[in-house]
Design a protein around this ligand. Sequence first.
Ligand SMILES: [Zn+2]
Length: 151
Amino acid sequence: MGEAMEFKLSTRRLDTVSVVDLAGRITAGEALTALRQTIRDEVAKGHNRILLNLKDVSYIDSSGLGELIMALGTVTQTICGKCGATVFKDEDGNWDNCPQCESKERKAWGELKLSNPGRQVTDLLQFTKLYSVFDVHESETDALASFKKSR
Ligand SMILES: [Zn+2]
């Protein structure tokens, strides 16, 4: 074993899905900044199906996990089911009517899934009880198929 693999990130488009290939260690610093910026860019482009491919990720720490949760929240934020406007909660935590069309329908803006988590990442997700919060798939093929199903 040589030095720990450096963090790397690249994005590819497969059909309607943006696959973000992550590699190395996802820990505080450059990795988190890069991941956050990538998610922002994808969302800005209207790419609402994002797969984080963790195949070559060797290690995620708690701040990396926090960033994954933030990415999930960004992509799956609640919008108006009718017109797509951003909706807000009132003081009691109930959804207000849509500020644009008054609709009460709600939906998630997009979907974010994880694939190919290694041993450490799987253990971390299970230990923190976040495994079920994320839609985790064992392979990229499985993950891509599950995006198709939800179409
Ligand atoms: Zn609306």
